[in-house]
Design a protein around this ligand. Structure first.
Ligand SMILES: CC(C)(COP(=O)(O)OP(=O)(O)OC[C@H]1O[C@@H](n2cnc3c(N)ncnc32)[C@H](O)[C@@H]1OP(=O)(O)O)[C@@H](O)C(=O)NCCC(=O)NCCS
Length: 130
């Protein structure tokens, strides 16, 4: 699959918008200067007629591979509660680290995936919960 990758610099950090060159899907990856070790995955969407063909998985993998190239420690995202997407992300290696993030209005869970130092990362998450 071929992609167009739009890299943007903002006042708060940088973002990558990854779009398939046939326009069927997109995903965003944003890195805030305040947390340069973490990438926020957002705006993942596949055209309705093109779903369930593995394209969403490829987009997520592409975002993850950019995050790895940037040497990020983790990627994280928000997923709508009560939808299949939470399990879908789980199957792609994400775990819930916050059942009710402050900025989610009760509608979402926050999930993350450690790209390295997984054991240490999970320990830090646990300690932060206490
Ligand atoms: C989530 C989304 C990106 C997945 O894209 P996709 O191309 O359909 O995903 P894939 O083909 O790679 O994966 C399909 C898997 O999801 C499951 N799935 C897809 N749609 C589903 C549905 N409506 N209900 C239950 N399971 C579903 C399939 O069973 C399949 O399971 P598998 O991994 O065990 O094979 C796509 O559904 C979408 O664009 N949704 C709307 C936007 C959205 O919710 N984005 C996520 C924001 S957090």
């Amino acid at each position: 699959m071929a992609y167009i990758i739009h890299e943007n610099l903002w006042w708060w950090g940088k973002s990558y918008y990854i779009i398939t060159n046939d326009g069927k899907a997109m995903v965003g990856l944003s890195i805030n200067d305040e947390h340069p070790e973490a990438g926020y995955v957002h705006s993942l969407i596949v055209l309705e007629s093109e779903r369930q063909k593995g394209i969403g998985t490829k987009m997520l993998e592409k975002a993850e591979s950019i995050a790895r190239d940037l040497n990020l420690e983790q990627i994280y995202l928000q997923a709508r509660k009560g939808t299949f997407v939470v399990d879908w992300y789980r199957r792609h290696g994400f775990e819930i680290y916050d059942e009710n993030p402050e900025d989610g209005g009760g509608q979402v869970v926050a999930m993350n995936k450690w790209l390295k130092h997984e054991t240490l990362g999970k320990l830090v998450t646990k300690l932060c919960e206490k």
